[in-house]
Write a protein that binds this ligand. Structure first.
Ligand code: ZN
Length: 372
């Protein structure tokens, strides 16, 4: 795509997204979400870190077996569901049984092709197709825990605002608990568990910047009613050259722009990214409270249940969640105040200090000049 065409397209994507009904709540809450994302990006020691490859080899079948053991210990209902899913015998939550053909979750295992990161994203589709990308390491077990946990609050063909905001908090909490389970069974050592947690943090850090990047982009668009290279470069010049903002926007700006544009249906990515930002923050908080008081695991199960509701019960659900001590859900609303930020900042810092963060800087495609 030529540059002029590229920016015209980008401008029209923003224009369309800003008036989209499905993103109304997202835009209403965007400022608060950015405040939460800043908790993560304020940790500049995370800048430039790359994910590390998991070295702990494990056959896929072994990973499935271990995950079964974990769900068995966590919750008998989840274990039964997991077993049925593995056998393709679990009916999809909320699917209409009046149909002649009952619908079941279908799990597909796909070997990871290192070349195309975008196609290596494991997921559960709205219609119950579970794609697990695997590489025969213990990471596969983490992936299975994460994706299968999504089915516990998945609803056939339906999206919901609450799931959109909180949908990753339960799965990431499950990952953290799984890391402890693996260590308690001496399946992995603490080093491997740290790498997995570290990889999660690094990917969330990138998402947090993606959220902030798109917030800035929207502000620029609102000011100029269009976007082009000159406008973006002028904006970049407004930052101090030594600031982390300057570094991120100049070195990663193009990456974040392309993540909007590199799709058959170009769209803003912050709705997806913020799920991981909020998810990681809540998960770290949850995880620490469960460690202090194992009874708190019930709150995780309650939250999982509520996230499995249809959009229609949004108001009641929000009011129930207010009783669960989830950091920014209070008084039937999403509230971000100093108290919330301090609490989440504390749990985030605490988890960060439990993992090693030695720097392995980005080497490929490093663009220090204006890279829009
Ligand atoms: Zn997920």
């Amino acid at each position: 795509m030529e540059e002029k065409e590229y920016f015209l397209k980008l401008t029209s994507v923003l224009k369309e997204e800003l008036t989209s009904d499905s993103l109304k709540t997202h835009f209403e809450q965007f400022e608060k979400v950015c405040e939460l994302a800043r908790i993560i990006i304020n940790h500049s020691e995370l800048y430039g870190l790359e994910k590390r490859k998991c070295e702990h080899e494990m056959e896929l079948e072994e990973s499935k077996k271990i995950v079964g053991g974990f769900f068995g210990q966590l919750n008998p209902n989840y274990f039964n569901k997991f077993k049925r899913i593995m056998a393709n015998k679990q009916r999809i939550n909320g699917s209409n049984t009046k149909y002649y053909r009952t619908k079941y979750y279908r799990t597909k295992y796909i070997p990871i092709k290192q070349l195309n990161k975008k196609e290596n994203e494991s997921s559960v589709s709205l219609r119950g197709n579970i794609d697990i990308f695997y590489n025969e390491t213990v990471e596969d077990a983490y992936t299975i825990v994460h994706e299968i946990y999504h089915t516990f609050n998945h609803l056939y063909g339906q999206e919901s605002i609450l799931r959109d905001f909180l949908g990753e908090s339960t799965t990431i909490t499950a990952e953290l608990l799984f890391g402890d389970y693996l260590q308690s069974k001496q399946i992995i050592n603490s080093e491997t568990a740290k790498i997995e947690k570290r990889n999660r943090v690094i990917s969330t850090y990138n998402d947090a910047w993606g959220v902030i990047f798109e917030k800035n982009l929207i502000n620029i668009y609102k000011k100029h009613h269009r976007l082009d290279r000159k406008i973006l470069e002028d904006y970049l010049e407004s930052f101090d050259k030594d600031s982390i903002e300057y570094k991120v926007f100049s070195e990663r700006g193009k990456h974040y722009l392309n993540s909007i544009m590199d799709s058959d249906y170009p769209c803003l990515t912050f709705p997806k990214r913020q799920r991981y930002v909020l998810g990681t923050l809540i998960a770290f908080d949850f995880y620490q409270r469960i460690k202090e008081n194992p009874e708190k695991i019930k709150d995780l199960f309650y939250l999982t249940d509520v996230l499995g509701h249809a959009q229609a019960t949004y108001k009641e659900d929000l009011s129930f969640l207010s009783s669960l001590d989830i950091p920014f859900i209070k008084d039937n609303n999403i509230i971000v105040n100093d108290e919330v930020i301090t609490r989440l900042e504390n749990s985030f810092s605490q988890e960060l200090s439990s993992i090693k963060l030695e720097k392995i800087y980005l080497t490929k495609n490093k663009q220090v000049n204006l890279a829009f």
